[in-house]
Design a binder for this molecule. Sequence first.
Ligand code: DX5
Ligand code: ZN
Length: 210
Amino acid sequence: MILAPSILAADFGVLAEQIKRAEDAGASWLHIDVMDGQFVPNISFGIPVLKSIRKYTDMFFDVHLMIKSPQRYINDFIDAGADGITFHIEAVSNPFECIDIIRKRGKNVGISLKPETPVAAVEPYLDKIDMVLIMSVEPGYGGQEYMESVNEKIRKLRQMTGEDFHIEVDGGIDADNIKTATCAGADVIVAGTAVFNDDIEGSIRELLGK
Ligand code: DX5
Ligand code: ZN
């Protein structure tokens, strides 16, 4: 299982330091939530922040674009240091356009689904991508409650993809419910508020079951 702490919940005043702590404690991916105030009702941060933190860590930068028409900015995020780009199926009219841009740059391709979007929506693209991100909260904010209804979506998707494919779950994960997501078939787990608190190291150990 890959743990991907979401920096949305970090203290941005000491961001590089908190990322380093998460990395040293055993997290291998860093989840980077980009919000535009259009696709979701919140604004987070963007390209300059990515570029800054890239200097401080070799973690895999897992960029979750919650923005309208993401094709406009994919190359900029890759230039800034993204290792994988995940865009929302609900935010694009032609998913193949985004897939092609990301592939051309040799980066991991992910497609994300909001809680109400069925897994059938990504079926036509599964053989062209590396990962599906299943949102277990409405995108836009950290600190919400995990929606149990997504477990069935995870199971269904895992049946469709087989083992050699990433299924990432994002939203409301903590040490108590992480097993429901992994047992359903998820192998990449995002956690924001459950990681970036007073005890980053202890929280990561607990989530990783160590
Ligand atoms: C929500 C973001 C999530 C969020 C997770 O729109 O995509 O990554 O930061 O935060 P927690 O773990 O606090 O639900
Ligand atoms: Zn996210």
